[in-house]
Design a protein around this ligand. Structure first.
Ligand SMILES: *Cc1c(COP(=O)(O)O)cnc(C)c1O
Length: 380
């Protein structure tokens, strides 16, 4: 079956109890047992719930993986992956991470004796130099947030495999529609399903996918033990979003290409970061490892911080808001919003300037979006 068919059907067969065509919201915490030690596969909803099972199967299928796990948020999914590690373990992570992931790594997991080295994942020497005898995992995001830098998943996976280190990829920005890290050698894929997978900015959720049974069983055990599971209604909303993932991603991609080209040619724009532009330094890699370029763009307005702030507050369709991946367009100012948890000197070191703006291009009419940015830019 192809992707768009799987999105609508995998894990979502007609309900065996009633024939309901759409997976029901099994709003129950517990299950009546047939007799002691005999049940229908469910005993308590932290351990398992049929609506969640449907979502987990569908997520696995979309990433071409064998096993899926759903969580209460993307950060909960990341925490669950990190619980594969032990005190004393070391992680090499990319230096342009989602702010919440950076905060979790640096301010929470370090309390448990896990250490991190952040490196430029486009530099194999830097990765190799950062690897220590206790390095157990490499964590990457590609494209990165908010600079849209790419990392060659197949290449990093070769390094990881040669040293028997796990490779985890946060695939939130591309969604499985445009990029499938497991097929490129990753061991684990993580999603904030809050974003493209849910797609409607109405639910917080996370997902983890792997084809490695040993890792799956360990993470399923910690999922139940830690308990950061999504409720049945959240799983249902996410599944409802997934049904249109393929058509939404095509529209996000089409609109973002048009918006990126508009910005590129605008006299008040200093720089545009979008992997679908030939001017992107890794355009060739983008075409190689992704089947589309996604809906995320970041750019610098001439005139620095002040101009950037003016544009961010002057758009009418692009709402000034955190988050991304919904059908509606959003604009954000990473330095004060999504990435405020990262110290300023760290931000500047990786090229995240105070004037940078980030767009999540939605699926509204392309011309309306461009007109909105055009009027906002006329204010600076
Ligand atoms: C939003 C996001 C997360 C965190 O997900 P939540 O659902 O907000 O917990 C992780 N990684 C990336 C790339 C994100 O955009």
């Amino acid at each position: 079956m192809h992707f768009s068919t799987r999105a609508i059907h995998v894990g979502q067969e007609a309900d065996t109890a009633t024939g309901a065509t759409i997976v029901p919201i099994y709003q129950t915490s517990t299950y009546t047992q047939e007799e002691i030690g005999k049940n229908k596969g469910y005993d308590y909803s932290r351990a398992g719930n049929p609506t969640r099972t449907a979502l987990e199967k569908c997520l696995a299928s979309l990433e071409d993986g064998k096993f899926g796990l759903a969580f209460a948020s993307g950060c909960a999914a990341t925490t669950n992956v990190m619980s594969l590690l032990r005190s004393g373990d070391h992680v090499v992570a990319c230096d342009d991470l989602y702010g919440g992931t950076y905060r979790l790594f640096e301010q929470v997991l370090t309390r448990f004796g896990i250490t991190f080295t952040f490196v430029d994942m486009n530099n194999n020497d830097a990765i190799n130099n950062a690897i220590q005898s206790n390095t157990k995992m490499i964590w990457i995001e590609t494209p990165t947030n908010p600079l849209l830098k790419l990392c060659d998943i197949a290449e990093v996976s070769t390094i990881a495999k040669s040293k028997k280190i796990l490779l985890a990829v946060d695939n939130t920005f591309m969604s499985p529609y445009f990029q499938k890290p497991l097929n490129l050698g990753a061991d684990i894929v993580v999603h904030s399903t809050t974003k493209y997978i849910g797609g409607h900015s109405d639910v917080i959720g996370g997902g983890v996918i792997t084809s490695n049974e040993e890792l799956y069983l360990d993470m399923k055990f910690t999922q139940k033990s830690i308990g950061a599971v999504p409720g049945p209604f959240d799983c249902w909303l996410t599944l409802r979003g997934i049904k249109t993932l393929a058509i939404r991603m095509k529209e996000h991609n089409k609109n973002a290409i048009a918006v990126a080209n508009f910005l590129l040619n605008h006299p008040k724009i200093e720089k545009v970061n979008y992997p679908g532009l030939e001017s992107h330094p890794q355009y060739e890699l983008a075409k190689k490892q992704m089947t589309g370029f996604g809906g995320m763009i970041s750019f610098e307005v001439k005139g620095g911080l002040e101009s950037g702030k003016k544009v961010a507050t002057a758009t009418k369709l692009f709402a000034l808001a955190e988050s991304l991946g919904g059908v509606e367009s959003l604009i954000g100012h990473p330095a004060t919003m999504t990435h405020a948890a990262i110290p300023r000197e760290e931000r500047l070191k990786v090229g995240l300037k105070d004037s940078l703006l980030r767009l999540s291009v939605g699926i509204e009419d392309q011309e309306d979006l461009i007109n909105d940015l055009d009027q906002a830019l006329s204010n600076v």
